[in-house]
Write a protein of this length. Sequence first.
Length: 165
Amino acid sequence: MDLVVEFFRHNAMMNRQLVEACRQLSPEQLGATATGTYGSIGATLVHTANAQEGYAARLLDTERPERLPEDPFPGFEVLAERFANGDAQLEEAARQAGRDRKVQVTGDDPPGTWWMPVSLFLLQAVNHGTEHRSQVATIMTQRRVEPPEMDGWTYFFASGQMVEV
């Protein structure tokens, strides 16, 4: 088992579960936010999908697709398609990750340009998705909507990797 690839399979499954759970939300709930989170549920989902495609484009040396707008919410069909694309590309990038390979990163938080190991960039991609899924789950909970289970145990059982003794 390739551990890094497995992380991205978990990431993809949890993205799908969260998007499916959010399809049931009303427009008011989709626009809800909470202190300490990125923004509304809809904006956070779009931000996460955009970021995944951005991470994958850097790692695979491909053109980054035009970002989806966060407002107005582009709709679940487009969002699900973007997540599926980013998820598949990140899994491919994880498969191709070489130990000594580096990626150039330019950002605004903090500002600058750096070289960093691909392994750390992949870590950022996984962490980013986990953080924002958690933020959406927090907003859902505060609105008295049960978020889906998105932890490792859920993935282990759903992927058939937990075998009863």
